[in-house]
Design a protein around this ligand. Structure first.
Ligand SMILES: [Fe+2]
Length: 277
């Protein structure tokens, strides 16, 4: 298999790290780092809220999904749940989407429960609605190669949806394709297209890596959960409905059925062994 070549995208990678967003470079590269985008007084307030929340709610027992241990499932206090509404952030995102909506916001952290790497993937196969979505990573700690910082494969959003969900095969792009792990300080943000391949290395030292992940999209997308700026441009609101009711039967429901069958068979085997003992 001859791997794909990155081509002219390589020339734009260094330009995707600046104090001001270039929407043209973002659309070319699939990610963009903006330095000093969030005022420090806001960061200090969020860091204070996070420390209190972590100490009170997470430090002793955090609900950890073994398949995605970085995701914080506990309900956030309002000051943290509303980080995506920060006006400086909305001003930037409106440059991409004048009628601006939210898809979702969550925290993805690397603490003592989640030091392992995150495999290479893109997010769109786990989302729904339209693929014009931009995730903004907002670090409340430093985020770099040492503490498991978010890392991007430039240009890979041009591939679109790959037909399945999971760990992508980097052999199709080959070893020459660059992987960029920006060193982010609190106040910096990183924009990432939902189809851009990304991953993170293991946490090998330094402070816990604390990232807010907020995904924005045009207000024409029916999967939107809130209008943030401008006007609604969709006639339907799928997010009013439970997502797990969209399919009568699907790959996901089939996997759950098969797992239930396996559990039942294993239960029978255990019961047989116990009966024989
Ligand atoms: Fe992701």
């Amino acid at each position: 298999m001859k791997p794909l070549d990155i081509g002219s995208v390589r020339d734009s990678i260094d330009k995707a790290d600046a104090r001001v967003l270039s929407t043209a470079i973002y659309r070319e590269v699939g990610f963009f780092v903006i330095r000093g985008a969030i005022p420090m007084e806001r960061i200090l307030q969020w860091q204070h809220e996070w420390s209190r929340f972590y100490e009170d709610r997470l430090s002793k027992s955090r609900s950890v999904d073994p398949f995605n241990p970085v995701h914080v499932h506990e309900v956030l206090p309002a000051a943290l749940a509303e980080i995506h509404q920060c006006p400086e952030l909305l001003d930037i995102m409106q440059e991409l989407y004048p009628d601006l909506a939210l898809f979702m916001q969550r925290f993805v952290i690397k603490d003592r429960n989640s030091r392992t790497p995150v495999f290479v993937h893109n997010d769109f196969c786990y989302d729904y609605g339209w693929p014009e979505k931009t995730t903004v990573f907002i670090p409340l700690s430093v985020s770099n190669k040492e503490n498991g910082g978010i890392s991007f494969y430039p240009g890979t959003h041009h591939f679109g949806y790959l037909g399945d969900a999971g760990e992508v095969n980097t052999e199709i792009i080959g070893p020459e394709w660059p992987l960029v792990c920006p060193s982010l300080e609190p106040g910096d943000i990183a924009l990432c297209h939902t189809c851009t391949w990304h991953c993170s290395p293991p946490h090998g030292g330094g402070p816990d890596r604390i990232l807010v992940q907020a995904t924005f999209q045009p207000a024409s997308d029916p999967s939107s959960t809130a209008l943030l700026r401008g006007e609604w441009r969709t006639r339907y609101h799928l997010s009013d409905l439970p997502r797990d009711k969209f399919f009568v039967r699907s790959r996901s429901t089939r996997l759950r059925e098969l797992q239930a069958q396996v559990n039942q068979i294993e239960g029978h085997v255990c019961l047989d062994a116990a009966t024989r003992a």
